[in-house]
Design a protein around this ligand. Structure first.
Ligand code: CA
Length: 230
């Protein structure tokens, strides 16, 4: 499965904040990996990421040391520090060791997401995943619209999120629980039939014949898959 969405590494030991970040970033279309300590972050950083959100107070040390070490290695990965330390000299220290930006907890999620977009743009990477298309089906996350050919669907935000998710991961089968987690978010206490009812509504829009779906296929014993070659 090719990963086209920007990849963000979240280093945060507070499970509640980690979950909020994970849900908000995924809902914005980013690929997210999480680390709960400096050690696991160092391991994760063996792979490429487009941005790192870094907490400072971690169980095995100070995030500033990781930041300093990465810059010493010449790695230009954009780093956004996320911390409860709000004294001005603390902010300066963070920026001095090579962080690109600094957000103090508790933070306002829309502001944090705006800063993430700014950093990605500044780094010359895409500010967010662009329009996607499979066959005649298309969806545009910027304008929050989707359709088929010249037709634009009238749909709820969640139906659009689900369709975007399928379009970004064609050819792969997803279980209902995976879809609940990735599209509704892990804080959503939903039921599997919620997925079925959304798929039914999507099929009514995207399929020529909803009883014989070409786009959103049922994978028996698993869940659903968007066909790569409808
Ligand atoms: Ca912490």
């Amino acid at each position: 499965m090719p990963k086209t969405e920007p990849q963000i590494l979240v280093v945060e030991d507070d499970s509640r904040i980690r979950k909020e970040l994970l849900d908000a970033l995924r809902a914005s279309g980013y690929g997210v990996e999480v680390s709960v300590s400096l050690e696991s972050a160092r391991f994760a950083l063996q792979r490429e990421h487009d941005l790192m959100l870094l907490d400072l107070g971690l169980p095995d040390g100070d995030g500033l040391d990781l930041c300093r070490a990465l810059r010493a290695q010449g790695r230009g990965l954009p780093i956004l520090i996320l911390t409860a330390r709000d004294a001005p000299d603390q902010r300066v220290r963070g920026l001095d060791v090579g962080a690109d930006d600094y957000v103090v907890k508790p933070f306002h999620m829309p502001e944090l997401l705006a800063r993430v977009r700014t950093l990605l743009r500044r780094a010359g990477r895409s500010a967010g995943p662009g329009p996607v298309r499979i066959g005649e089906l298309w969806a545009d996350p910027e304008s929050r619209t989707a359709g088929k050919g010249d037709e634009t669907f009238e749909m709820t935000p969640r139906e659009l999120d689900l369709l975007l998710f399928f379009l970004r991961h064609p050819g792969r089968a997803w279980t209902r629980d995976q879809l609940l987690d990735r599209v509704w978010g892990s804080t959503y206490d939903g039921e599997r039939r919620t997925v079925d009812s959304h798929v039914r509504r999507l099929r009514a829009m995207v399929e020529d014949d909803a009883s014989d779906p070409r786009y959103i296929e049922t994978v028996w014993g698993v869940g659903y898959r968007l066909s790569e070659n409808p």
